[in-house]
Design a protein around this ligand. Sequence first.
Ligand code: R1P
Length: 297
Amino acid sequence: MPIHEMNTANFPVDDKGRTYHVECKRGDIANRVITVGDPSRAKALATRFDKIVFEHTSHRGFLIVTGIYKNVPITIVSIGMGLSMMDFFVRETRAVVDGPMIIIRFGSCGSICDASAGNIIVSDSSYGIMRNYDYFTTPAKKSEAPYIITDKVLGDPSLTKSLLSKLKGSMGDDKVFVGANGCADSFYSSQGRLGNDFYDENDTLIETLKSKFDDAVSLEMEAHMLYHLAATSKDENGSPNIRASCALIVFANRISDNFITPDQANNAVKHCTDAIFDTLIEDNLGGAELHSAKGSV
Ligand code: R1P
């Protein structure tokens, strides 16, 4: 349903008719989107554009940059961190874009496999890891597990295949990994980071994840919401209209505890930027006829 036909009690807009949090309206957002957490990464990615046609930072900190890359409109949105921010971003951009969307998350992660700092993990699937809040505060729930681990949801196979082949081609097979990403509701407790200030009961959490999913490779905080919303998106015929994938730079290996250097980070960003932009422009969006963002092409 177009945003101008929506009940604003369900979907609030501001006095300029923009979505309330991301602050976007029809024409601002392209069908091909890159989402990142960090605004400085969004600005670095935007230097790839041949031309920038729209740029805006919302009062809630979402940065949107829409530009033209090799004659194709692409939007970059930095969202900050966490599941709620991904939910705001996906729902509010979906509301103002006509036709199918493809969204690639370019983020960072902790590795729980052989991938070391500076390597890349492409998530072919993601699952959620949520603190079982009642376990900690409701005595009758103490027989439950302290963390809720969801089933896996697949990313888009063709986007994942394209990212993998481009990244392996440019970085080498041994630097690029694929598997199931664990998407947590905390950087700390539900990613198995230990501390003394709270009851977290997470000392065996990473082992539990690896025994539940033999392809568990990474931990971060946004991908599952993206894959979940892509899988549950629906067009006017009830069919999904968002496809999604993720390329994640390994900032730390959580088992061996090594951390990325600035040179490794710069190198990884360069390879991922090439692979993501080229994956986006090579995808034909199922042959859909598009209204271009800002009418620029
Ligand atoms: C934590 O430091 C943040 O980094 C990761 C996590 O998912 C979390 O958002 O991703 P980004 O680098 O995309 O922000």
